[in-house]
Design a protein around this ligand. Structure first.
Ligand code: ADP
Ligand code: MG
Length: 292
């Protein structure tokens, strides 16, 4: 590529809100045949809202929500903000928690009012031998609606399921359709559960889903796709996406995302919307056409 055409391409990108860090990224983007999309904060807005509280025997909704919100108070996960906001909206007084700890990709644990709280995925509960099978039907029904079920155990017993819903960004479906028209396959890659991810994928027209992937394994999934001979673009916003963004042939960070993701990526999409991915690939194709 001539330095001039790369400069022109980079300049055009900047005017369209697409910051391209290197000539190499601009040159590689035209070869992408697969685009991997993080779900939360990338395909969806990333500002989830508490929608449901379903309790097991012995708890009222407010009692359970109060305990769970207390346990989540020190978590930085978007799900935690949804739950603490939900408790506040219901006018609940949330006590202080102690012994807070987060379990990456699974949830959190804390002590509230002398009770041991575990909040997160079925796997989080199963890891310490808590059988949450009787909550599964409720959790699956919530997930089928694209909501994320959040299971809670109190003192080693399953206590209920909360649900948090995130909305798909306005232009996600349109941008994904445009990628498909460019001959690019799309994949959703998420730590969220498979049913929720499948429901969101259906809403936006993505056919392949890699779900329940722990943060440290996201880059492995990108590497595996590359091992199939694919040239992979990765789009993400979170700290947990950073290794996958770095591993991809072209990493594209959502501009409203975390600094860690932006630093790991080759391209920053200032607007934060997926249509920036389409623009970046079109720009790369146009640039490379001019060069050859
Ligand atoms: P993602 O951001 O794609 O949802 P994460 O790896 O951050 O992926 O989390 C994976 C899953 O672990 C979440 O979908 C959620 O079910 C659970 N989880 C993580 N953190 C929390 C939390 N603070 N409270 C409840 N559940 C959590
Ligand atoms: Mg995310």
């Amino acid at each position: 590529a001539t330095p001039l055409s790369v400069m022109v391409g980079t300049g055009k990108g900047a005017r369209a809100g697409i910051l391209i860090r290197s000539a190499e990224a601009l040159e590689t983007a035209h070869k992408l045949d697969t685009v991997v999309l993080d779900k939360t904060g990338t395909v969806t807005a990333g500002t989830p809202v508490l929608t449901d509280v379903s309790t097991a025997d012995g708890f009222t909704e407010d009692e359970l929500l109060r305990l769970v919100a207390a346990a989540e108070a020190d978590s930085e996960h978007p799900l935690a903000a949804a739950i603490t906001d939900g408790a506040r909206t219901r006018g609940l007084t949330v006590p202080a928690a102690t012994a807070f700890d987060s379990v990456t990709g699974k949830g959190i644990q804390a002590t509230v009012d002398g009770k041991a709280l575990l909040v997160g995925t079925a796997r989080l509960l199963a890891d310490v031998g808590i059988d949450s099978d009787h909550l599964a039907t409720t959790a699956h029904a919530l997930a089928a609606q694209g909501k994320t079920p959040v299971l809670a155990a109190v003192d080693g017993r399953p206590a209920g399921v909360l649900a948090v819903a995130d909305t798909v960004k306005g232009d996600s479906a349109q941008a994904i359709a445009a990628l498909h028209r460019l001959g690019i396959q799309t994949v959703i890659l998420t730590g969220d559960n498979a049913r929720t991810a499948a429901a969101i994928a259906r809403q936006v027209g993505v056919r392949r889903v890699l779900a329940e992937v722990l943060p440290e394994h996201k880059a492995d999934e990108v590497r595996r796709l590359q091992g199939e001979g694919r040239t992979v673009g990765m789009v993400g916003d979170g700290i947990n996406d950073a290794p996958a963004l770095a591993q991809a042939d072209v990493g594209l960070a959502i501009g409203t995302g975390t600094d860690v993701a932006i630093e790991a990526a080759d391209v920053t999409l200032i607007s934060g919307s997926l249509s920036g991915v389409v623009t970046a690939i079109r720009l790369s194709r146009a640039t490379m056409r001019n060069i050859r």
